[in-house]
Design a protein around this ligand. Structure first.
Ligand SMILES: CC(C)(COP(=O)(O)OP(=O)(O)OC[C@H]1O[C@@H](n2cnc3c(N)ncnc32)[C@H](O)[C@@H]1OP(=O)(O)O)[C@@H](O)C(=O)NCCC(=O)NCCS
Length: 187
């Protein structure tokens, strides 16, 4: 039986570069740098689906799951983003395929906000996935109170599709699901 084109797994680059960034698959060995760069900061994780980490050990656990996703070629696959000039970790970007759609998530350390880094990475990966056979939709969502993230999606060519009410829990803010804005680029 042949696999329908819309659910065929696609190839992801093992490394990619943009004007200022280099991205490689997230590994357990990145835990200490990720903890120091962003994972322990509650301001950074305010609108994320995970709360800030208290120790590098829990970051390692999460990175173990990502390593496994890279090994199996399925599930949420994350890249660590580093500056090309210094090699320092600035953040990460991840994606997951469900049929013809690929969903993105991303985070930067606070000192790297407002420099256009995330749009650089997202533009690259959105272009990549939409060039793969069987992928027709690149999308992401953000909290209604996170306009910086909405702007990043716009810069990656995504358009606002609507508001998902009571869609997403941000543990840093509280246990109740919050409203989100959905953006997508399609081909
Ligand atoms: C959201 C995040 C990824 C943005 O990345 P970034 O590289 O700093 O984004 P940019 O440098 O492109 O700057 C953000 C853009 O949003 C705009 N912006 C930021 N805050 C804004 C606000 N309160 N209202 C309106 N626009 C705002 C900026 O003006 C800028 O747009 P411009 O370049 O057209 O001037 C980064 O802030 C981050 O990692 N935050 C914490 C984690 C997070 O929230 N991730 C997203 C989860 S959905």
């Amino acid at each position: 039986m042949s696999t329908p084109a819309s659910s065929a797994p696609f190839i992801l680059p093992n490394e990619f570069t943009t004007a200022r960034l280099v991205a490689r698959p997230a590994r357990v060995a990145d835990a200490a740098e990720i903890f120091a760069a962003y994972a322990a900061d509650p301001e950074v994780t305010r609108y994320l689906s995970w709360g800030h980490h208290a120790t590098p050990a829990t970051v390692e656990q999460f990175l173990g799951i990502l390593e496994n996703a890279w090994a199996t070629g399925s599930g949420h696959r994350g890249y660590v983003l580093r500056l090309r000039t210094t090699g320092e970790v600035v953040g990460s970007i991840g994606l997951e395929q469900k049929g013809a759609a690929v969903m993105f998530g991303y985070v930067l350390g606070k000192k790297y906000w407002g420099k256009g880094y995330m749009a650089e990475a997202l533009v690259h990966l959105v272009d990549w996935v939409l060039a793969q056979p069987g992928v027709y939709r690149a999308w992401a969502f953000c909290d209604v109170d996170n306009p910086g993230s909405a702007r990043v999606m716009e810069k990656a060519g995504m358009n606002l599709e609507g508001r998902l009410r009571r869609w997403h829990v941000c543990p840093e803010i509280g246990g109740e699901p919050r409203d989100c804005l959905v953006y997508a680029r399609v081909r």
